[in-house]
Ligand binder design. Sequence first.
Ligand code: FAD
Length: 452
Amino acid sequence: MAGYDFDLLVIGAGSGGVRAARMSAAQGIKVGIIEDRYWGGTCVNVGCVPKKLYSYAAHFAEDFADAAGYGWSISKPEFSWPTLRDNRAAEILRLNGVYNRLLEGSGVQRIEGRGKILSAHTVQVGDKTWSSERLLIATGSWPFIPDFPGAEFCITSNEIFDLPEFPKRFLVYGGGYIAVEFASIFNGLGAETTLVYRGDKVLRGFDEEARSFAQDEIKGHGISLLLGCEILRIDRHLNALAVTLSDGRTLEVDAVLSATGRRGNVTDLGLENVGIKTNKNGEITVDTNFCTTIPSIYALGDVTGGPQLTPVALAEAMTLVHNLYSEEENRVMDYANIPTAVFCHPNIGTVGLSEEKAREVYKSIRVYSTRFKPMRNTLSGNEGRCLMKLVVDDASDKVVGCHVVGADAGELVQGIGIAVKAGLTKADFDATIGIHPTSAEELVTLRTLTRR
Ligand code: FAD
């Protein structure tokens, strides 16, 4: 590393950056990492982790209601937003400490401040300039709010966790996974919740049958869905917000969450100093080895616009470190069959191809689909139903897609993800003995063809 401060200097201590820094340092590489906001990045501070904690909190509402049919009598449960908010903040602080210790324990030098690239080998942080043989951009993504009068009254997922007051009337703008998750969370916690989305169905890109089923279930949980509709303007009326919609309605709410997509976090990163270009979403294009157009500068995670998921950023980091610092042959990151979950109520778990995509890829497919009332919902009187679906390539009999809408679908589909990744067949699923009584056993007892 002749003359450089570091072998590898990482900008952004989120999921991808921290993993790349630690794994490289473990191999004796001299590593620095720059972070200007929060150690651990989006996932730990304003993403997956706090969201899941709030999702757990929201589920209790249904659990309390279900308990009566099982013989429990509970006086009216009361929810305290300050308790949840402050307990979450304490837990995140603990995790920040864990991240700091992990980095320090592996010998990574932590640098606090905003990093700005000055040249192919140098980054400025405050009034100091650091040099490195290689730079890694792992700056993540940032919420995008559309432009309309009063857009400044919207909050984003960055602010939602720390609201000083619980919004009793809550409006979510957007139809992606973050939008439906927060709609479910605030609805479960007791807010009168409306989701406004310009499309005709939420969760674009997911399996159509799963989308429709989940949308009906979400509605069944009491969320008001206003589809084919946009926000025209927001005005402040004393303590409330008046939201004017394209269908002519005006809604009065306490908070508006804009969950209308995310863009690469490249503001003031100095990309222009080295000639790295981004697409219109601020995302950096990289080759299969995560290298940008500048040979000494790499990028991974959300900022490259791939599947914006923590495990993807982690896997990319491990692939990059392997390729840079191991003697073994280079690896290529495999983006096929990434299992994923949406933590709306009920959850969605999915891996592999949607039915629609499978029809494009394969000559002939078989679909096995079932909808049922889970056993847990019998005595409780809970109306919630569950969908389980397998998509099978007819020629090879391989299960190429699995879609579940129901309680803990993410937990269930993580296991199915191994089977799909391993290329197991419908015959393998059928040969597997079910665990009885569970909802999941349906996936190994789907004998009746739904459609071909
Ligand atoms: P990040 O984790 O965003 O880290 C980037 C870091 O870089 C940040 O800490 C930022 O402060 C820092 N930074 C940026 N610019 C600079 C600079 N110039 N100088 C210094 N530091 C800088 N994924 C899942 O897998 N499951 C989920 O359930 C899930 N839920 C989510 C819920 C929400 C509300 C959101 C917003 C995201 C969620 N995600 C989830 C996505 C996941 O958080 C991201 O995919 C993941 O964090 C991406 O990691 P990253 O390393 O690319 O970037």
